[in-house]
Design a protein around this ligand. Structure first.
Ligand SMILES: C[S@@+](CC[C@H](N)C(=O)[O-])C[C@H]1O[C@@H](n2cnc3c(N)ncnc32)[C@H](O)[C@@H]1O
Length: 278
């Protein structure tokens, strides 16, 4: 994994696309993400004829799911600020014969009129946001009154790493937390939505538990960063990875972070918002 890898909108590097896509594909295959998504599908309950939006849509898999649910009378749209990611999502959707559509755009300035969507989701994006409050206000702007919103994000303060020297793990975690704009986003989702005028309907959680393949890459990236910043020595890094490999070989390891999800709805206001064309 290279150190150019970043999902932050201001740090998009077209040379890193393959790596970003590999990360997303590995993550989506993890049972924890699959379980969280199944729950999210159930509670967001998108139905035929609706307009549904996925913000920070990445490789587009959830927009393809929306497209199946809304059918020919509805619309399923994904938005992402990384134009290479949007092109890849479009290509995958076309290859699968999906009606999912993708647009360049940021959660801070969504390219849609007010009140147009019945359902909006945004998964593992808030941790990369500098201004989550502004983002939430913008999400609520594009929702119709009564429309549903589902936010999913990790809370990196809940990460568990075993095995490894606790001092090295701590140093590595501190570098990672400092590099993540909103590392505790998982615990803040309810508050962001409430402050933006939404009513909270449900809360879920699921630990993402990495396997040896996804874990090895992620932790190599994290220790490389820690060495670069001088938080960990190269010797400590190698010792850590030997410990981790031993853990993988003996099935004595645990690498996880907890994701939280909040389902909410835009409250009805006295002034009716019309549903203009997209
Ligand atoms: C960890 S990926 C998650 C992708 C997808 N939601 C998923 O669950 O597989 C984070 C995504 O958020 C996007 N992103 C970053 N900043 C964003 C912003 N300001 N507005 C919308 N999306 C953003 C990135 O380009 C990336 O595709």
């Amino acid at each position: 994994m290279t150190d150019r890898v970043s999902f932050h909108a201001d740090r998009v590097d077209s040379g890193a696309l393959d790596m970003l896509v590999t990360i997303l594909d590995l993550q989506v295959a993890l049972p924890g993400i699959q379980r969280m998504r199944r729950w999210a599908h159930e509670v967001l309950a998108v139905t035929a004829g609706e307009r549904a939006l996925d913000i920070g849509s990445g490789t587009g898999s959830e927009v393809a799911y929306f497209a199946e649910r809304v059918g020919p009378d509805g619309e399923a749209v994904g938005v992402d600020p990384n134009p290479d990611m949007v092109a890849l999502a479009r290509k995958r959707a076309e290859a699968a014969g999906s009606t999912a559509r993708f647009m360049d755009g940021s959660v801070y300035q969504l390219p849609f009129p007010d009140g147009i969507f019945d359902a909006v989701r945004c998964e593992r994006v808030y941790q990369h946001l500098d201004d989550p409050v502004a983002a939430t206000a913008e999400i609520v702007r594009v929702l119709r009154p009564g429309g549903r919103v589902l936010l999913i994000d990790s809370d990196w303060y809940t990460a568990i790493t075993h095995p490894g020297d606790p001092a090295v793990v701590q140093a590595m975690s501190e570098v990672m937390l400092a590099d993540t704009p909103n590392p505790g986003s998982g615990r803040r989702l309810r508050g962001y939505l409430t402050a933006a005028g939404c009513g909270i309907d449900d809360i879920g959680s699921e630990a993402v538990i990495w396997d040896s393949v996804s874990g090895a890459g992620l932790f190599r990236h994290m220790t490389n960063q820690a060495v670069e910043r001088g938080a960990v020595t190269a010797e400590q890094q190698e010792r850590f990875h030997l410990d981790l490999e031993h853990g993988f070989a003996t099935e004595d390891y645990h690498l996880s972070v907890t994701m939280f999800a909040v389902l909410a709805h835009r409250e009805f206001s006295s002034s009716a918002v019309s549903r203009p064309p997209l």
